[in-house]
Write a protein that binds this ligand. Structure first.
Ligand SMILES: Nc1ncnc2c1ncn2[C@@H]1O[C@H](COP(=O)(O)OP(=O)(O)OP(=O)(O)O)[C@@H](O)[C@H]1O
Ligand SMILES: Nc1ncnc2c1ncn2[C@@H]1O[C@H](COP(=O)(O)OP(=O)(O)OP(=O)(O)O)[C@@H](O)[C@H]1O
Ligand SMILES: [Mg+2]
Ligand SMILES: [Mg+2]
Lengths: 228, 228
């Protein structure tokens, strides 16, 4: 499904080049569920943007469904992303002028679903995340955790083959966070989606079969006995 | 220091009125440290905006340093807020065009400090939150947790009498979160600041002498034996 081969990423800020990813290797197959932890500023969101075809690595190769990222045009990347990948961004990135329902509808519009099917599915997803009664609220009429749940509904709406969730429970109380993890597990089990969750929450990480950590610009698997 | 008497807050969305706060009562003296927990959407940020004089209640009274909020003009509110209160917002609200250093400088500019003193203090605060080497980065060049720490540095820069922190560790790994709590405890101890922390993190809540919970639009104290 997904493979990263010796991925490097550097940022240039004025005269300074900062190497954030230093030769990341990863393989993730269909139906796998992974968590990625690591200190603040260690490169998790950077990595997620590359996996999600939102950014290109400085060096290295990314393969999604056997196709290599570096050989695609921007249009091909965009098309693949829109069909295959669901994102829960760390900052949510809801469209401020759209209601919750309209925000959740966006990936379905990109997938060229019909209007009635869009509406039905978007409302179903909002109800799954406990947000059905806020469907007509705009983001500035929602709490932080409510916005996060709208973002989650949006990510799940198209039943993506690959779900990338960057700190999806950070703004949620423990009970609501558990409800969300149950939705991710359901997508993983019923659709064989590959699910990658970036998280600072050990409870969330434990519920993933594979646990990885990013440190010093590299990605490594770790087991519970390694945890500090 | 702070008193809320029978505070109500409702939002009107089209034809629907939602009553979020239903008669909140609170007293907090100098040097106290409180945490507030509650489910997503229960009214915590709403309450914080009222305590912080950023919004007015629908009914009820708020007193800060003996002065009643409802009797103040907007200019008086603004002046009191700028001098007394430090905010860590749930969404950070960094100014996107300013560097980290310039963002942290803003409350000091409002307090009419001189340029060299501003610079010194802003850099000191950034170093305290582990962000000294990112002083010249803009928010879009920083990770989520790095942005959060810049927001924290900004809140602490003017040694506020009242610190309001809305989910201040949500985007941070456990070690960094502990470092931040140590800074809050230091402000509380050395300056006798009143510190109110909204949090979903039980470890953070436990470190506060008083623990409150918002539920059903009301605020109640709870003890560890009440926790589920
Ligand atoms: N501007 C607004 N217009 C209408 N409703 C609003 C507005 N702001 C907040 N609300 C509603 O008020 C309720 C409380 O919101 P608030 O942001 O205080 O919750 P919260 O406890 O901080 O939640 P979270 O833990 O998710 O941040 C929510 O149901 C929300 O939808
Ligand atoms: N556009 C950019 N320009 C310059 N540096 C950047 C840029 N984006 C990120 N960085 C830097 O790259 C590093 C990694 O950022 P990234 O957002 O991937 O971290 P993260 O692991 O997601 O952290 P967090 O847990 O705080 O969200 C950070 O030190 C950050 O300052
Ligand atoms: Mg991040
Ligand atoms: Mg909130």
């Amino acid at each position: 499904m997904l493979e990263l081969v010796d991925v490097h990423k550097s940022y240039v800020t004025g005269p300074v080049t900062t190497e954030v990813l230093r030769g990341v290797r990863l393989e993730a197959g269909r139906g796998e569920m992974l968590s990625i932890m690591g200190p603040s500023g260690s490169g998790k969101s950077t990595l997620m943007n590359i996996i999600g075809l939102l950014d290109r690595p400085t060096n290295g190769s990314v393969f999604l469904k056997g196709r290599e990222l570096m050989k695609m045009s921007d249009d091909e990347l965009s098309a693949l992303r829109n069909v295959c990948i669901g994102f829960v961004f760390q900052s949510f990135f809801l469209l401020p002028r759209l209601t919750a329902l309209e925000n959740v509808s966006v990936p379905l519009v990109y997938r060229k679903w019909g209007g009635a099917a869009i509406r039905r599915r978007a409302l179903e997803m909002l109800e799954k995340v406990g947000m059905g009664e806020h469907a007509h609220h705009k983001p500035n009429q929602l709490s932080g955790g409510q916005q996060q749940r709208v973002a989650i509904a949006r990510a799940l709406a198209g039943s993506p083959a690959l779900l990338l969730a960057d700190e999806p429970t950070g703004a949620l109380d423990a009970d609501t966070g558990r409800d969300i993890m149950a939705l991710f597990l359901e997508l993983n089990a019923s659709e064989e989606a590959t699910v990658i969750i970036i998280t600072h929450d050990r409870d969330v990480a434990r519920r993933c079969a594979r646990r990885l950590r990013i440190q010093g610009g590299l990605l490594e698997e770790f087991t519970e006995t390694d945890a500090r």
